[in-house]
Write a protein that binds this ligand. Structure first.
Ligand code: CP
Length: 306
């Protein structure tokens, strides 16, 4: 069965079957990444532009590598150094890039809704690589893939997303995706970092990190988004670490096999201690490796859809 949409704008409303198909397809590509020659001809002749208006390390390199592994032609656009500084509008930039016969656009932008807008002005397949505080669907897909790889399932697991939920696009995509796949999702963080009424998405909320550790199989630990002025919602980073930081001391008190995820970039000593970020509970670099396979799956499924 093909995917139900020709774009990936978010995980809100994406059928469980689509998510399952992406995760199953990623398993095939994960195997390709272990081969001596990590390349298949699947998207030969396709041209994909990575349109990044906001900083990125993992997502950008992961998409570019996924495109190269699938033999597509990858073009990279950064806001800095582009004609945006000369006053060219976003729409004109996209129209000009598309005139060069581009098949797919991967977009990261500081404004929520930009990927949706692109579907109206472009005929290319659009993939959201993170839009403002809205969604980051491939991050949630790679998070789910990594959870399943470590624990063998997603359905029935208890997953808590910890930290700066209010400024996070990873949180929303994880909530939609994990719930769709049958996980029980909760949130933990200071009141000022949890949007009012978020329980309407079917998640529980706690403000007690010990309760979150005690009651969950997985913690997905989020960074405080200082670039989105999140620092003004807490008294200090040190106080945040004292109340909500994931430390070895906290985890060891519960003597359980909890799995720690973090989408990166990490602020060591704030939301997570270095001991945990490099320790036995975390699967942070597995997430990064799996991200390439998951993005290969998304590109393949959208790029070969009629
Ligand atoms: N997880 C993530 O989106 O990281 P980057 O901002 O480095 O792409």
């Amino acid at each position: 069965m093909p995917l139900s949409s020709r774009h990936l704008l978010g995980l809100h409303g994406v059928p469980r079957e689509d998510i399952q198909l992406i995760l199953d397809t990623a398993t095939t590509f994960r195997e390709v990444l272990e081969r001596p020659i990590k390349k298949v001809p699947t998207l030969q002749g396709k041209t994909i532009v990575n349109l990044f208006y906001e900083s990125s390390t993992r997502t950008r390199i992961s998409f570019e590598l996924a495109q190269k592994r699938l033999s597509a032609d990858a073009i990279n656009f950064s806001k800095s150094g582009s004609s945006t500084s000369k006053g060219e509008t976003f729409k004109d930039t996209v129209k000009n890039i598309e005139a060069m016969k581009v098949d797919m656009i991967i977009v990261r932008h500081e404004s929520a809704g930009v990927p949706q807008f692109l579907t109206r002005i472009s005929n290319a397949n659009i993939i959201n690589a993170g839009d403002g505080r809205h969604e980051h669907p491939t991050q949630a897909l790679l998070d789910m893939y990594s959870i399943k790889e470590r624990l063998g399932k997603i359905e029935g697991l208890k997953v808590c997303i910890v930290g700066d939920i209010a400024h996070s696009r990873v949180a929303l995509s994880n909530i939609h995706g994990l719930k769709s796949m049958g996980a029980e999702v909760s949130l933990c963080g200071p009141k000022t970092m949890i949007p009012k009424g978020i329980e309407s998405l079917g998640v529980k909320v706690t403000h007690n990190i010990n309760e979150a550790i005690a009651n969950n199989d997985v913690l997905n630990v989020l960074r405080i988004q200082l670039e989105r002025k999140a620092g003004s919602t807490i008294p200090s980073l040190r106080e945040y670490h004292n109340y909500f930081g994931i430390t070895a001391e906290r985890l060891e008190k519960f003597n359980k096999d909890i799995v720690i995820l973090h989408p990166g970039p990490i602020n060591r000593g704030v939301e997570i201690s270095s001991e945990v970020a490099d320790g036995p509970y975390q699967i942070i670099l597995d997430q990064v490796t799996n991200g390439v396979a998951v993005r290969m799956a998304v590109l393949y499924l959208l790029g070969t859809k009629n």
